[in-house]
Design a protein around this ligand. Sequence first.
Ligand code: ZN
Length: 126
Amino acid sequence: MLKTSNSMCQALTKKGKPCRAAATEGGLCFFHANPNKAVELGRIGGRRNGKSPVGSEPLPNLDSAAAVRDTVNRLITDVYAGKLHPRIATGLAPLMQLQLRVLEKMDLEQRLTKIERQLKAMSENR
Ligand SMILES: [Zn+2]
């Protein structure tokens, strides 16, 4: 057991190392004494332990309409099976829609570029 110090936080960081932050009266630093504050401030970090918050598997690359469709399928299945909190699915839904819209736009742009190239080629061959 390490020698405890009153001046340093006695908790461990997320990486499992001694925190070393300045401790408050309880022997813990501000964040370790107020874990909810840390969660509020650093939600981005990881939930390394336990289940993934997005269900059974990490989300795939949503780089095609088919991938978005497959993922929506899986989210529905996961919510139904109780593997995914409906609130997370609710939060993801508008993002999926946004992604679909972007994909549609990209698709249109690609087609437009192709047509423009063909038109240019036609006019040059004249
Ligand atoms: Zn600490």
